[in-house]
Design a protein around this ligand. Sequence first.
Ligand code: DAK
Length: 262
Amino acid sequence: MNGPQNLRAEVLDGVIGRLTLDRPKVLNALNRETLGELDCAFDGMLRNEAVRVVVITGGGEKAFVAGADIAEMAALSPMEAREFSRRGQAVLDRVERGGKPVIAMVNGYALGGGLELALACHVRIASSQAKLGLPEVGLGLLPGFGGTQRLVRAAGMGAAAEWILSGEPYSAQDALRAGVVNRVVEPDQLWEATRALALKIAARGPVAMRLALEAMRRGLDAGPTEGMQLESDAFGLAFATEDMREGTRAFLEKRKAEFRGR
Ligand code: DAK
């Protein structure tokens, strides 16, 4: 069987799984095939025990992902559009809830479904040249891969409403001010900055990170009272792990912890 046509999957430094969406001629627009390949490759990263953190980025100089593939989307039948939407939501859901930390390395345009993909990641590091936005209303659509929900959570109602209603692309600096991205760096430092954070994350306890991500996400859905309970349940559960024993022992023995994710 042939490998993916529109995506590169690599493991770097032994622990970073990097997925590069790679259709630069159409600014890495997401068609059905690419979405399927992303689903499959991301699943591979989840199953690969060596991979502690995943980075998603775009190939070429200009774009992270310029959205859903408008040419393909325009020709979909209603049933195909429903399938496309379901698949898109499922892939992004898995990115958010798969249990491994995911960093979006936003190297250029992140528009529509592209920004929605970045928002499903846990951390976003953007190039100072990136442009981000949700232009769907200009196509007579609205964000359909979770953008209305995730942008409000990242940036608050005011900024999210402005972004979604104007459909404008915003600069990386605007995105930073609005809370849409965590950090902005010069293009030539983007990989090194992302790699440094990824390596830091990769050295932490995988089970603890998984539990923390779950408590944060489920707490956002359920509200702070239930969120606090989820946190203490997760905290208690962490005490049953080898990682917790190793982490605390390593601290007391003044050495670096070697987490095994158990
Ligand atoms: N789809 C298909 N092709 C695209 C594309 C896209 N999203 N974006 C760019 N391209 C193609 C261009 O057509 C062009 O192809 P050629 O003409 O060379 O054949 C090539 O990429 C280079 O683009 P440009 O020549 O336009 O490059 P510029 O530097 O001049 O402009 C741009 C860059 C990013 C400002 C511009 O390309 C642009 O505005 N692109 C479209 C951005 C956009 O509107 N994206 C949002 C798409 S809507 C759903 C769930 C989710 C969604 C939909 C449904 N369901 C629930 C069903 C999501 C929707 C979206 O993402």
